[in-house]
Design a protein around this ligand. Structure first.
Ligand code: PRP
Ligand code: MG
Length: 174
């Protein structure tokens, strides 16, 4: 599907959100365009497939938008990494620094089998704090994380240096 489509044309940048000096890359316009969104999912699926995932893990909330259709495309299950207090039963949590503020993510203790290959999925890599926390969380419940994948990488923030696994990104901004 649409091999030559320029996905950057479908991502809107909004200055000074959520605070002055931050340029926010908004995927709403990508989601709203069926062909661009389909192409996004297909290209990410192609990047993830060689890592042979058993399961995909999506990071609440924008990571969920990707992980669910990608899991269907790749024929895997989908595990939720949620913000604190949302998951029932025994959970493990991790607090981390964001580009702005702090946050806590949580996983159900029995969400993945020991040794399962779990590919992490989110929309955007900025400082890498969110993905680094998610990798730690997944490893703490016994997962192996062969790669992390997202649509947008803010290369000037060098977030990938914070991560143990390699990161597959579709679009880079500097
Ligand atoms: C945004 C984005 C990534 C994260 C990237 O999520 O969706 O998850 O920040 O930043 P980092 O690499 O500096 O950690 P946010 O927590 O704003 O919430 P949302 O996904 O619920 O919109
Ligand atoms: Mg997010």
């Amino acid at each position: 599907m649409s091999k030559d489509m320029d996905l950057k044309k479908h991502i809107r940048s909004i200055p000074d959100f959520p605070k002055p000096g931050i340029l926010f890359y908004d995927i709403s316009t990508l989601l709203a365009h069926p062909k661009a969104w389909h192409t996004t999912i297909e290209r990410l699926a192609d990047l993830i497939r060689p890592h042979k995932p058993d399961v995909l893990a999506g990071i609440e909330s924008r990571g969920f938008l990707l992980a669910a259709p990608l899991a269907l495309a790749l024929g895997t299950g989908f595990v939720m990494l949620r913000k604190k207090g949302k998951l029932p039963g025994m959970t493990v949590r991790h607090t981390y620094a964001l580009e702005y503020g702090t946050d806590t993510i949580e996983i159900q203790q029995d969400a993945v089998h020991k040794g399962a290959r779990v590919v992490l999925v989110d929309d955007l890599l900025a400082t890498g704090g969110t993905m680094a926390a998610a990798v730690e969380l997944l490893e703490s419940v016994g997962a192996v994380v062969p790669t992390a994948a997202c649509i947008i990488e803010l290369t000037f923030l060098e977030g990938r240096k914070k991560l143990k696994p390699p990161v597959e990104t579709l679009l880079q901004y500097d």
